[in-house]
Design a protein around this ligand. Sequence first.
Ligand code: PMP
Length: 389
Amino acid sequence: GKPVCECNMCYGGSDCSQLLPDCMVDADSGNPTFLEPFWVKNAASSAIMIAGWHRLSYEFNDGSLISEELKTHIRKVHESVGNAITDGKYIVFGAGATHLLNAAVHALSTSNNGSSSPTKVVASIPYYPVYKEQTEIFNSEDYKFNGDTSMWKNDNSNSTFIELVTSPNNPDGQTKKAVLQGQFVKTIQDLAYYWPHYTPIPAPADEDLMIFTLSKVTGHAGSRFGWAIIKDEAVYKRMLNYVDLTTFGVSKDTQLRVLKLLKVVLSGNGRAMYEFGYNTMKNRWNRLSKALSQSERFSIQKLKPQYCSFSQQIRTPSPAFAWLKCERSILKDRSCYEVLKEVNITGRAGRLFGAGKRYVRLSLVSNEDHFDLLLRQINKVVSMEIDDK
Ligand code: PMP
């Protein structure tokens, strides 16, 4: 009969159970569904139910837009992982890190030294494309995107800068530190991936402005929840004002859901989700590295092992993305993105990250079936290369 629903591109047959020999594998999206099995296992304890008459008002009972209980739980999560110091700092919620990135750029740019030229927003190549795209769409008179940090290292014009630092970095998983220094430089630390799933945690981050997101820690990207941890009260107030005026706070339904999820994360010895996340990502990285170790055409980033205080062992990073490089010999006027597309893998082009055409980003965070399809395709490509020799 007629199929009831459309099959994933790699499956066919009346019930979509048949694996097709050739299909386009989507390794573009950073959708973090790899954590699904953990939440299936904790289905009952992580569930919420909200009656129709419940939670109609804008504010919580204490008149605020931010759940104090959720804030307390976020502080506990950071303390238990040891990835950020929250003591004496302020916390603001946003609709994902996406919302807070602009709140932070706004907050830091309006506090510039009174100069008339716009604050320069910069990031180190390869950088998360949203930094540029978002800064450009808002087209503010207060700030402009000014490209790669390295171009401004020796700048002595006393311009004001906002440097976006992503550590570990999206796309390449490297640990990053701010490049620019001086009294006119402010930094935003995007620590979306600073969790044991992806990287060793050597010490808690203690920066002026740090941004985290639920998307990459529990995997609930669709709940749209992020938080910023802020040292300076004036910056905190400007970010709060931005959130109030753009969305009037984060959905109370979302805040309730996040609280429930974080209670599960903190339950027991508080390590189960991270162990699951780390083991899953480590296994994928090992399998991918092994598959590509035999290739002379494609390579992935090298990542240094480091001591992880959370696990009390030396760990190699297990990144969310592979930053794949094509050797010149196979490019022949094409980009690495196009080369992969020809072998049925859709990645994200290096160009979008400010990098050259030799690079492409492959997402490793979707569910296991999806990763298996990617690996199957990679293995096929490498065996074709070996046959060519
Ligand atoms: N920063 C980085 C470095 C990211 O990779 C992402 C998600 N891809 C975000 C921010 C945005 O996350 P959110 O889902 O919280 O908006």
